[in-house]
Design a protein around this ligand. Sequence first.
Ligand SMILES: C[S@@+](CC[C@H](N)C(=O)[O-])C[C@H]1O[C@@H](n2cnc3c(N)ncnc32)[C@H](O)[C@@H]1O
Length: 394
Amino acid sequence: MQPQAANTLPTPGTAEQSHSDQLTQVIRNEIDNAGGAIPFDRFMELALYAPSLGYYVAGQRKFGATGDFITSPEISPIFAHCLARQSQQILKQLPTGELLEFGAGSGILAADLLAELEQLGSLPEHYLILDISPDLRLRQQETLQQKVPHLLSRVQWIDRLPEQFCGIIIANEVLDAMPVQRFRIGDEWIEEEFITYNNQGEFTTLYKPADTPGLIQRIDEINNLQPLPVGYLSEVNQRATSWIRALAASLQQGAVFLIDYGYPQREFYLPERSTGTLMCHFQHRAHDDPFKLVGLQDITAYVDFSAIADTAHEAGLRVDGFATQAHFLMSCRLEQILAKSDPDDLINHLELMQGVKKLTLPSEMGERFKVLGLSRDLEEEPIGFSLMNMLDHL
Ligand SMILES: C[S@@+](CC[C@H](N)C(=O)[O-])C[C@H]1O[C@@H](n2cnc3c(N)ncnc32)[C@H](O)[C@@H]1O
């Protein structure tokens, strides 16, 4: 989706506007309490996850044709069918194994994945879902009740990572929804972006010398690899780093598949991305102004897969593979799945083909989206990286 001018966005309805105004006031109050400014990652956290008001917790449609953006599992069940084949291969290697999906959105991936694993005779005992949005939990329950009522009893919603987990962890478009810190290379020092508001109550940015723990060190690491020029502005996702450490501590045996849009570090911090990768979505329009439609629009940032892989490695996980979504799906026997579709069943067949194109074409989601595979204590390499493995790009 190409960015659009933020002033051409559709106008929200009265109820939506009032919701946004309420959240805006909550954020202004927090800015006042913090002495006049909050770091950008806190602003993003409130915009997306403030209790009862944040974008992901307050009832908007979000996913699908009537929402703000569409994700791979919403596009076609083929995505889940390929992941089911990947999961089957891993589950076979484990004495007991469960699935754990982070940020399950509408619940469509859980429903399609369970249905396909049932077909393959590889149903796990439990399918755990961990989502920070209580509103989405309800939606996930509805989807599963509607699509796979007989499998609902296998699904458990959890509030924190199990202390010890054996099985497969899947997170599709979760890393990009984590609040990021924004930094700018200043003349004299590295600056962190803070959010304040002006006399009209509008949010504005200001830059302070960065002193948040870990931030300078991370930017120094990036700078050492590719020196960033003065004025360069970008993001660092330290919450993702903590999250990966927690996953690694929990995973006793099994695999992790992280699917998202992003780049290896050397492509992330390129000169042409000198204003960062932040992107907002409202009713299928993409733009880069996080201060518009606060609480009504999604805010995301691309994922630095090298940072994720490095942290996973340091935390004792094996980094198995890195591939484009297209290659990962093809490696998971996409052609065998398609061969089962009957071309005489014209409408369903065409719909399936249309979905596959969206998921795999380079101009659609095939190359922008990547899959990172991590594991602990598994003998076989995941099948998803058999056709292409770009580990050396990380
Ligand atoms: C962009 S949506 C993706 C939804 C779904 N995976 C899909 O592909 O359709 C991001 C999801 O991640 C959840 N989320 C974000 N941060 C999370 C975290 N730290 N732990 C668990 N869920 C999280 C959100 O509530 C939301 O369900």
